[in-house]
Design a protein around this ligand. Sequence first.
Ligand code: ADP
Ligand code: MG
Length: 214
Amino acid sequence: MITLALSKGRIFDETAPLLEQAGIRALENPETSRKLIIGTSDNEVRLIIVRASDTPTYVQYGAADLGIAGKDVLLEHGGEGLYQPLDLHIAACRMMVAAPQGFDYARAVQQGARLRVATKYVQTAREHFGAKGVHVDLIRLYGSMELAPLVGLADAIVDLVSTGATLRANNLVAVEEILPVSARLIVNQAALKLKRGAIQPLLDAFSKAVDSNG
Ligand code: ADP
Ligand code: MG
């Protein structure tokens, strides 16, 4: 039995067509089912539904053989024990620094004053600003980052942006790109060795599905 960990929402939605191209169909819809273990049309493959930020942890400890996780989540996790063979090119967005319209980010960064930055992505933000030599006080949030600058909790935020609609709705503008983000296939390193015969065909099928989607 092969176990694939993934989160519902956009990761599941965008993975389902790839799975179908690999001949695997979920037997229940995780959006409506309360089940956290979902069988598939392939008797040897099951899905487990986890919180997006927990996916690497399930795979790292071998509770899942494979997983699908955003680059954002993998950077925060650190990638220990994980083999990352494939960029699936799904759930694409960009990790950005954003600030209130009118905030002079370039100047704030130049002046060497401490910048207060609110984010869910503390590791990535620390590395980004560290590499630039910018002093930051990082404030860890778990969601609704856009609110922080509006109520004086932070000068800027680090968040994922796709259309920019949420930023605009809150009078924020993206002032710097940190990195492009997409979802990756991850594999438990030990499982890959022990179950290579079952896992490799799945990797090949994913790879073929990704290529055929251009
Ligand atoms: P959660 O809110 O639990 O983190 P999401 O479904 O919002 O779950 O995000 C899951 C993954 O989807 C993220 O880790 C990221 O890789 C990707 N993602 C998040 N926000 C966006 C976005 N605006 N556009 C595209 N992909 C996104
Ligand atoms: Mg979200």
